[in-house]
Design a binder for this molecule. Sequence first.
Ligand code: GLU
Length: 293
Amino acid sequence: MRAAAGDRSEMSITIVTRFAPSPTGLLHLGHAYSALLAFDEAQRDGGRFVLRIEDIDFTRCRKDFEEALLEDLAWLGLTWELPVRRQSEHLAEYSVVANGLKARGLLYPCFCTRKDILREIESAGGAPHGSEGPLYPGLCRDLSEDERQTRIAAGESFAMRLHLDRAVAEAGNHLEWCDLVKGVQLAQPELLGDVVLVRKDIGCSYHLAVVLDDALQGITRVTRGEDLFEATHLQRLLQALLELPTPEYHHHSLICDDTGKRLAKRDEAETLRSLRVRSESPTDVRSRLGCSF
Ligand code: GLU
């Protein structure tokens, strides 16, 4: 049967947006902007809005911050589907995927400490910088299998890094993604280099978990701050390697304080909590953010 004209559910793909905070601090105005924008994009087009708690980093995430963010978002007037996905409850699933990449020869163990990496970069006279810091100089990329096994057997701790050259050779170097503001982009994963996909301490990584969850939750548009623009180049490559769909992206400009400095979680002044204590309303927050939506 053909869909009647105007029947959105049959005629077009439902937009699914998400807000994916990490409970490592209190939400500030920048988070509020991302969340309100993503929520509004879904509402405007009769779509769905999903909240996901990105709490794999147990060294920094806290339950009280998670409770606070749920309360702050509800106060802002947002509603979301239940149950909320918490990444910490799915670590085994991320491991399975990481092991699959490893079996394909796309990951290698890296025994370096931060100090080792800095020392190497210093002696080489510097390294190209990406949005996550200096690119990994490749110290462990070409270790022999023997050396790897010996060091693992000796109990040395290690992360697993993406072998970028092999990954690009497998996925091709003409991957595209689309940003709503900047248009079609050719993926440049080399901007981030051999990123860690399995951290030493938490057995997973942001990049791996985020692409899996965006796919699993059927996200069609990722709305987030432009500080993650470069990360998308790498995430696009992971989507290709894992045969996952690529959502469209909306990287919005970052919210700054009165001095023009980008808001960070450590800035207490502009948290939603502090605004609430100062008796500001959700409407005040929207107008501070210049939300026309
Ligand atoms: N969890 C990330 C953060 O709080 C956001 C990740 C994303 O939107 O892709 O910074």
